[in-house]
Ligand binder design. Structure first.
Ligand code: APR
Length: 320
């Protein structure tokens, strides 16, 4: 059986990290695409030379030609610009929308059967626009945010409780912005509800609120520290988990920006929800019970996503 093919659109910080992780895990052959000439080819050469040391068999190539992504099984999109300190994800909208148009057409014409994972920000609007521009079915286009946001939440909870991260199951809903909704009621330490664990460990509610707030602003904290660019190790690792779930038909339940048609009272938007990822892409969305407060918080997040879509429609006639 031929190897799987993984195409990475955007070969910057996240794209390069994705290529390394995918090759190292022998997920398939990797194509790095970018508009910058020479850069994807150079990264591909550099990464290929990790093969003899790490002992992986994966062909890694770099290109500036969409024809080279033909037949890709998975396409992961990071093309666009990242944030600078002081910027919100939403400030990237104008530039990255144009990028999504070019990328959507490239995918439509060359890899229409792929499972497409979008990482470019502002995520919930960009994944929607990418789906519109590519015309692919909604179950084959998904946004990566929830896996990352949950991982941030889990990291902070594990630090607070002094437990292994392996035992933390942290739950985040909503858009990938400061309005995201970390849901404490569904977060556990190996089955022990976080609120119970907090009592056991003497952690008060104010401290839990601080952890929730740090999670919401987790990306911005890293942007501020890096000074030039945004997070890339954990975003790439998150998208790889989603790609593996698809390629291995794992039916994992992962939080991701999935297209909603009525669930959570949302219709026609991409919003972060728990979804099942298997060989058919997004095979289902799981609707959980939420408290009134959680519902209200989710609504604020959904409204923020709606506003971004309206802004997209204002910038590009074809999206109306
Ligand atoms: N087509 C293909 N690649 C493009 C295009 C385009 N039209 N426009 C820009 N790029 C490329 C850039 O040349 C660059 O190599 O996208 C790459 C982006 O890489 P970085 O600037 O290193 O950004 P990165 O940290 O990888 O983040 C990418 O993901 O998390 C989001 O907010 C982040 O939107 C940003 C994206």
């Amino acid at each position: 059986m031929a190897r799987k093919k993984i195409a990475l659109i955007g070969s910057g910080m996240i794209g390069g990290t994705l290529a390394h992780l995918a090759a190292k895990a022998e997920m398939g052959d990797v194509v790095l695409f970018d508009i910058a000439e020479g850069m994807p080819q150079g990264k591909a050469l550099d990464l290929s030379q990790c093969g003899p040391i790490e002992g992986f068999d994966a062909k890694i190539t770099g290109t500036n030609d969409y024809a080279d992504i033909a037949g890709a099984d998975v396409v992961i999109v990071t093309a666009g610009v990242p944030r600078k300190p002081g910027m919100s994800r939403d400030d990237l909208l104008g530039i990255n929308l144009k990028v999504m148009k070019a990328v959507g057409e490239g995918i439509k014409n060359n890899a229409p059967d792929a499972f497409v994972i979008c990482i470019t920000n502002p995520l919930d609007a960009m994944v929607w626009a990418l789906r519109e521009f590519s015309g692919l079915p909604h179950n084959k286009v998904v946004g990566m945010a929830g896996v990352l946001d949950s991982a941030r939440f889990a990291t902070f909870l594990a630090w607070e409780f002094d437990t292994s991260v392996k035992d933390v199951n942290a739950f985040v809903l909503g858009g990938h912005g400061d309005t995201m909704v970390p849901v404490l009621s569904y977060s556990t330490i190996n089955g022990i509800p976080v609120k119970d664990m907090a009592k056991i460990k003497g952690v008060d509610e104010a401290r839990l609120d601080e952890i929730v707030d740090r999670t919401r602003k987790g990306g911005g904290e890293i942007v501020g520290l890096l000074g030039n660019g945004s997070a890339y190790y954990a975003p790439a690792t998150s998208a790889i988990a989603m790609a593996k779930a698809y390629l291995g038909d794992q039916k994992r339940v992962l939080p991701c920006a999935a297209y909603l048609e009525g669930k959570y009272d949302v219709d026609g938007l991409y919003v972060g929800v728990p979804a099942v990822i298997g060989a058919d892409g997004i095979e289902g969305v799981i609707e959980i019970d939420l408290s009134d407060e959680e519902k209200n918080n989710l609504q604020v997040s959904v409204d923020a996503v709606k506003e971004l879509l309206e802004a997209c429609k204002g910038l590009d006639e074809s999206l109306k």
